[in-house]
Design a protein around this ligand. Structure first.
Ligand code: ME8
Length: 530
């Protein structure tokens, strides 16, 4: 791809790269779906979008998992990474980059970055003593631990005592600069509650952290001392730089900076906030590289109100879910039902009820019955209206005129639930409108102009709803657009050229006289779980 000028029209969104100790779970799917939705929204806006995800493959946790399964670490990583890719495909997630930390390109970036930080004098040898949680791949402060030295995030696993020589990164040197960053750019950490957590953590005083390990082979050797490997988090955070390279470019920091760096948005779960909002910007400051635009820490999912975990036996298998319900349903539930930023719950009965109410009834039935009427009363075409036939204070038109900007603002703020709600409110208003206006009565009375206006108004509202929800439910939006007579594919990367937001998010796009297609139910009602 040709390089994009600096005043770039780019939007770069990343997910965490996931540990390959196990197949993806619903939590990793949640973050990745959200990233895909925001990427799709900016593609509609015809921005040059890069959506990056990947897998975090080094470190003790992965080495031990592979050993316990009797596999070589690389063979294990290959297998699990393929599982992640397959799930993203099934969930209609369009990844532009899938970074694996064991790739030679990534390793080259890590070495060059390490060297830069080393040359700045920000790395030194010291003695690391402390409690290490292998599941977090992180040293824990004694005061953070639960009784019997358990990690609060992994209470079924004991932390391990370490006393070894490590190389350290001078995080403390960046205390003031970081505080300045949070002050100058209040939106750097979102939402507000997460920002406050970070401010309070940083105000307690930052300590240097170790960035190398001894006696651990499964990692990138330290350029200055190959008997150490690079700490898995130092390595992993740099995936964001590797992602900024074009696939055919030589892996250098200069190349990564040329087009896609800095990232606009790092989407993460609240568990890894400190790494992204404190360690990562400090590492970039040391390497004298631009900082990402914002870090958003979303909440955690529970199942039926309970923390999910293998030992609890209540893990939701996303492969099973997508096979039973298809991707649009899953995408819609998680984004509509849970306010992004807060914790949320998965409950299958609620899942089925929401999908039936919103997608099968409110949206699907509305399209279906209106198309049937258009078939009967309007010759299966979009009615042709005399100019300005629909009054500006028509309830649907007046809502429809504002809807595009309202929903765009919600997407920009990552308020996915609000975006869906705003669209659904107009869809519900359309159902009410059609019942009140009763076009079948007008038809009987020979009032064709009134019939045409009602049918046009409702079809146009459904079109607008489908367009604005297309980042969330691209396949349903495809079906709706198709039944309305368009040939538009919301899964196509060029959607912002074919159906740009500036045009299709407005009211009054449905062309008069456009031939409509067969009305087909777009979403089959789901059976309640047994
Ligand atoms: O932390 N609810 O990887 P990880 C919502 N490799 N989101 C959840 C979740 C839940 N119950 N459980 C996990 C790592 N997540 C590192 C990241 S990035 C440079 C390195 C999501 O496989 C959430 O996004 O443990 C969380 O931050 C991420 O999975 C952690 O994934």
């Amino acid at each position: 791809m040709a390089s994009i000028p600096r005043e770039k029209n780019t939007f770069v969104v990343t997910t965490p790269i996931y540990y390959v100790n196990d197949l993806p779970h619903i939590g990793s799917a949640y973050t990745t779906i959200a990233a895909d939705v925001i990427a799709r929204f900016y593609r509609l806006q015809n921005r040059a979008v890069l959506m990056a995800t990947g897998t975090d493959e080094h470190g003790q946790k992965i080495q031990r998992t592979a050993e316990s399964l009797g596999r070589s670490p690389q063979a294990h990583c290959d297998q699990i990474a393929a599982g992640f890719q397959s799930l993203w495909h099934k969930l209609d997630i369009q990844t532009d980059r899938f970074i694996r930390t064991t790739s030679p390109r990534h390793e080259a970036i890590v070495r060059e970055f390490f060297q830069r930080v080393w040359d700045r004098g920000d790395i030194y040898m010291g003695q690391q003593q402390g409690w290490y949680c292998v599941a977090c791949e992180e040293f824990k402060e004694e005061r953070e631990l639960l009784p019997e030295k358990r990690c609060p995030l992994h209470p079924n696993k004991a932390v391990e005592w370490r006393d070894e020589q490590n190389y350290f990164f001078r995080l403390s040197k960046y205390q003031t600069q970081l505080e300045q960053l949070y002050q100058d750019q209040p939106s750097f950490i979102q939402p507000e509650g997460r920002r406050n957590e970070v401010l309070s953590f940083v105000s307690q005083g930052l300590q240097d952290f170790s960035i190398s390990r001894v006696n651990l082979e499964w990692g990138i050797p330290l350029p200055v001392n190959p008997s150490h490997t690079i700490y898995v988090w130092f390595d992993a955070l740099l995936n964001y730089i590797t992602a900024a390279l074009e696939p055919d470019q030589e892996p250098t920091l200069a190349n990564a900076l040329a087009t896609w760096w800095p990232a606009s948005l790092h989407l993460i779960g609240k568990d890894i906030l400190r790494f992204h909002a404190v360690y990562w910007p400090a590492m970039l400051m040391s390497a004298e590289m631009p900082l990402p635009g914002r870090v958003f820490g979303h909440g955690f999912l529970t199942k039926d109100g309970q923390k999910m975990g293998k030992s609890l036996g209540n893990v939701i298998d996303p492969f099973d879910l997508v096979q039973r319900y298809q991707s649009d349903a899953i995408r819609y539930y998680f984004l509509k039902e849970i306010e992004f930023g807060r914790d949320g719950d998965f409950n299958e009965t609620r899942f089925v009820n929401i999908l039936n109410a919103d997608l099968a009834n409110d949206l699907g039935n509305l399209l279906n019955r209106t198309l049937k009427m258009a078939d009967k009363y309007c010759d299966r075409r979009v009615p042709t209206l005399v100019e300005d036939a629909i009054a500006i204070d028509n309830v649907l038109k007046s809502k429809g005129i504002d809807l595009g900007s309202q929903v765009a603002q919600a997407y920009e703020l990552l308020a996915f639930s609000q975006a869906c709600e705003a669209v659904l409110a107009v869809v519900r208003a359309s159902n009410k409108y059609i019942d009140e206006q009763a076009p079948w009565k007008q038809y009987k009375q020979g009032n064709q102009a009134a019939v045409d206006q009602i049918i046009y108004t409702v079809l146009e509202t459904v079109r607008l709803a489908a367009y604005l929800l297309s980042p969330v439910i691209p396949n349903l939006s495809n079906q709706i657009y198709h039944q309305l007579g368009f040939e538009v594919d919301f899964n196509h990367h060029d959607i912002g050229v074919v159906a740009p937001f500036s045009q299709h998010a407005s009211w009054g796009v449905l062309p008069a006289n456009q031939m409509l297609n067969d009305p087909q139910p777009i979403f089959q009602r789901l059976e309640p779980p047994s």
